[in-house]
Design a protein around this ligand. Structure first.
Ligand code: NAD
Length: 315
């Protein structure tokens, strides 16, 4: 039976991915780990571990006989700009530790990259899989270097590491972790709480996005694909929807007509402006049959339905 380790398990993706993996493989076979205990009691094991500490990670992998790692622990774009040294330590050293341990213990690895690998010199529309990578944030720099490191470990140490360039991810079960695309979630949360929202990017800001059920599915489908179908060992473009801030507000108004959104762009506008508006993910679709399910209207309806049930939401 496969044994899974998920780093960053308390985060936005981890909260949903751990639950899904436990449903699929049994709670005891999925070990969550993070800097802290989770907000609510867990069905399976959870260990406190810092990914910048190689010994702590090694102990987890050997004690639990881990063979598959979903390495999610990271410092995201906005937090990274405030703490660049921390972002470098966690994102680069954490990934290198995981890859070194994967090579030594023969583990398969999933590691998410991001649209933050792109920068202002990248074509913004229909951004291709292979294009200019000149990110301007420390977060994007760690993701771009991380992609190359994954490819290197695959080529030189035969590590079966697989990666996705996620767009902005939208979910309700855990709060977002300090990213530039968080305005979408903040807007939906405000609307569900009957509040107005002052958006930190302008109305025309258009970014690629994905609902969490699609993001979790993408990771699982990628990890289950035959190795010969994974032709890109840096990271695959994947996308689902693309909308501007004002289009999201308009979609919310269809469900909550009284919702009001104003716009007060801050320093995060510059980061958003350096990222693509739409992505070309045809290689993921061809290589391992990537196919998202959620459209913008379906995602907004589902998010608002869940956010209006307070028991489902962690604030
Ligand atoms: P998050 O910020 O919600 O969660 C990250 C988790 O990592 C947190 O629980 C945090 O406590 C933990 N962590 C931080 N430093 C750590 C350390 N030193 N040791 C152990 N744990 C540590 O992030 P997320 O949104 O769940 O993102 C997970 C991954 O997906 C990251 O690599 C992120 O870059 C990537 N990603 C996320 C998005 C998104 O929109 N959420 C988009 C693109 C890529």
């Amino acid at each position: 039976m496969a044994k899974f380790l998920i780093t960053g398990a308390n985060g936005q993706i981890g909260s949903d991915l751990v639950a899904r993996l436990r449903d699929m493989h049994g709670a005891d076979n999925v070990v969550g780990s993070d800097l802290r205990l989770p907000a609510s009691p867990q069905a399976g094991p959870h260990e406190i571990a810092d990914v910048t500490n190689l010994d702590q990670l090694r102990e987890l992998i050997t004690n639990y006989n881990i063979d598959t790692i979903y390495h999610l622990a990271s410092i995201l774009s906005v937090t990274g700009e405030k703490h660049p040294d921390l972002a470098w330590q966690v994102n680069m050293n954490g990934l290198k530790h995981i890859l070194d341990l994967a090579a030594a213990h023969n583990c398969k690895v999933f590691w998410p990259s991001s649209i933050a690998v792109f920068g202002p010199t990248t074509p913004r529309n229909h951004t291709p899989q292979r294009t200019v990578l000149e990110p301007q944030t420390i977060y994007g720099i760690t993701k771009s270097a991380g992609e190359l490191l994954c490819n290197y470990y695959h080529q030189h140490f035969d590590v079966d590491v697989r990666s996705l360039r996620y767009p902005g991810l939208i979910s309700y079960s855990a709060p977002p972790g300090g990213g530039t695309t968080d305005f979408s979630i903040d807007m939906l949360r405000a609307a569900a709480a009957g509040k107005a929202y002052a958006c930190f990017v302008g109305p025309k800001t258009r970014l690629p996005m994905m609902y969490m059920p699609d993001a979790v599915n993408a990771a699982l489908v990628l990890m289950h694909a035959a190795p010969e179908d994974i032709r890109t060992r840096t990271s695959y473009n994947v996308t689902a929807v693309s909308f501007s801030a004002e289009e999201l507000a308009a979609e919310i108004k269809k469900v909550i007509p009284g919702f009001e959104c104003t716009y007060a762009p801050d320093f995060r506008q510059e980061i958003a402006d350096s990222w693509p508006s739409t992505l070309n993910d045809s290689e993921a679709r061809t290589d391992w049959n990537w196919q998202p399910e959620f459209t913008l209207d379906a995602m907004v309806a589902d998010m608002l339905m869940h956010l209006q049930q307070p028991s489902k939401v962690v604030s």
